[in-house]
Design a protein around this ligand. Structure first.
Ligand SMILES: Nc1ccn([C@@H]2O[C@H](COP(=O)(O)OP(=O)(O)OP(=O)(O)O)[C@@H](O)[C@H]2O)c(=O)n1
Ligand SMILES: O=P(O)(O)OC[C@@H](O)[C@@H](O)[C@@H](O)CO
Length: 440
């Protein structure tokens, strides 16, 4: 636990008044989990996530950044999006003083790492400024970044590739920002509430996040800006231009950069998360030829429905990364019914203890040939599987079983098989239930 130097000067809320010392919270020692195999950026980058607002426009009592989506606070998704990027050194989360304890709990519970928490201010600019200052101080503060990325904590869908573009452009130009095409036309009104004029929509863009700045530019911008900027401003790019003469490079971002603002946006964010979680899985074949052949055939069938399936022999050695990155697992067993493979997978997941944003789903897919099916001793170990499912659920692991007969007369029906798997992945996120053996 590292405490920032107590006299972190908080210019943002008036000169001289020290901000609450930030604390370094690291809920989990150990390596981060990069989500990309691309080469890392070769200059230090840190992130400031302003999360000190009250979320009034949602009409909810809980500030939207702390509202739960699939059982997890919204801010946790945003933090994980950044902590999985290996070239990001520190994540400064700026929260209201009264939320510091809650934020510490979230970091501990979801095992976030490389996070520094500092107290926010009465406006978004004051909060961002506090976050930048926290990166600024000599002494115990983390090593200084070359580039500072600023990203609203209530924009959970940010991708590493776009972050990289913003960071490189910020390094090259001093500032960079995400833009999106305008959906509505911008108009100016008279003081009596009538149309004064409208802007030519094609000439304008919506300013979104993330934005990036060299540490020098954003620090100077906040040192020079006025109280009116702090009180009423909403655009960091403007401060860089106004007070540092830096024209930000503008980069059109993906539509996923939208900000959770209203209550309906929380529901939209949850359904986006749910959809994204059931679109991929890894199929564990145990290295057996028949299982690998089945997995490859299944992978082709799933590809047509834009579902990514990775056949792998096991989750050891270099495949252990799936335990941290993946969320859905299909354990393929052909004949035989020992549950040891499923048991081993559950154990590996518990040990890896991924900072999963959602329940993990394991589907035990068991294929019986005709002679096996006629042998009563190979009957599905339903009670053992149900017991295992009940125990696994305590660790947020949902276990389902599917068993089907493969015979000359009844060849494998992928549509049936696939619909069960996809259905389980979807349902698995909604209501954790004991596993049910399905006979197709
Ligand atoms: N004093 C403030 C105000 C806002 N923010 C943060 O800035 C981001 C974008 O601001 P906005 O969507 O306006 O959030 P709120 O101010 O909370 O929303 P509202 O205006 O509806 O109250 C949010 O992550 C919010 O928590 C902040 O850090 N400090
Ligand atoms: O004004 P709000 O606090 O709702 O949201 C902040 C937005 O203005 C900001 O995130 C982008 O427009 C980019 O500056």
């Amino acid at each position: 636990m590292e405490v920032l130097h107590p006299n972190v000067r908080n210019k943002c809320e008036g000169p001289g008044r020290p901000a609450n010392p930030g604390v370094f919270l690291d809920g989990r020692a150990g390596k981060g989990d990069t989500c990309s195999g691309e080469p890392s950026i070769d200059f230090p980058v840190s992130v400031v996530l302003p999360a000190g607002g009250t979320g009034e426009r949602t009409g909810l009592h809980t500030p939207k950044q702390f509202c739960s989506l699939l059982g997890r606070p919204l801010i946790s998704y945003t933090i994980q999006a950044f902590e999985r990027v290996s070239w990001i050194q520190h994540i400064v989360v700026v929260v209201a003083k009264e939320s510091m304890g809650l934020m510490a709990d979230i970091i501990q519970r979801f095992q976030h790492h490389k996070v520094l928490v500092v107290s926010g201010g009465s406006t978004r600019h004051r909060s961002i400024c506090n976050g930048v200052l926290a990166l600024d101080e000599e002494g115990t503060a983390p090593d200084r970044p070359r580039v500072v990325i600023i990203h609203d904590a209530v924009r959970p869908f940010v991708e590493e590739g776009f972050l990289r573009e913003i960071a490189v452009a910020a390094k090259d130009h001093g500032a960079a920002g995400a833009i999106r095409p305008l959906v509505s036309t911008v108009i100016a009104t008279t003081s009596e509430g009538f149309l004064d004029h409208s802007l030519e929509r094609a000439k304008y863009r919506a300013s979104e996040m993330p934005q990036g700045f060299t540490h020098h530019v954003i620090r100077q911008a906040y040192q020079r800006c006025t109280e009116a900027d702090f009180e009423f401003g909403t655009e960091c790019l403007h401060l860089a231009l106004q007070y540092c003469g830096t024209n930000a490079k503008l980069i059109e971002g993906p539509p996923t950069l939208w900000k959770v603002t209203y209550k309906k946006d929380l529901a939209a964010a949850e359904s986006v998360l749910k959809e994204s979680l059931s679109e991929s899985a890894c199929m564990i074949t145990g290295g057996r030829t028949a299982a690998a052949a089945l997995a490859e055939a299944f992978q082709k069938a799933a590809g047509a429905l834009h579902m990514g399936l990775d056949p792998i022999p096991d989750v050891t050695a270099e495949n252990s990364r799936y335990l941290l990155k993946e969320s859905n697992f299909i354990q393929v067993s052909i004949n035989g019914h020992c549950l040891s493979e499923v048991e081993a997978l559950i154990k590996a997941l518990e040990e890896a203890n991924p900072a999963a944003l959602h329940p993990l789903v394991i589907i035990w897919m068991r294929v019986l040939t005709e002679d096996e099916a006629s042998d009563s001793s190979t009957a599905a170990p339903t009670s053992a599987l149900l017991d295992m499912a009940s125990t696994a659920k305590l660790h947020q692991i949902l276990l389902y079983g599917i068993q089907f007969l493969q015979s000359k007369v009844r060849p494998l029906s992928f549509p049936h098989l696939f619909s069960f798997v996809f259905f389980s992945l979807q349902i698995g996120l909604r209501v954790p239930k004991e596993c049910k053996l399905k006979r197709s």
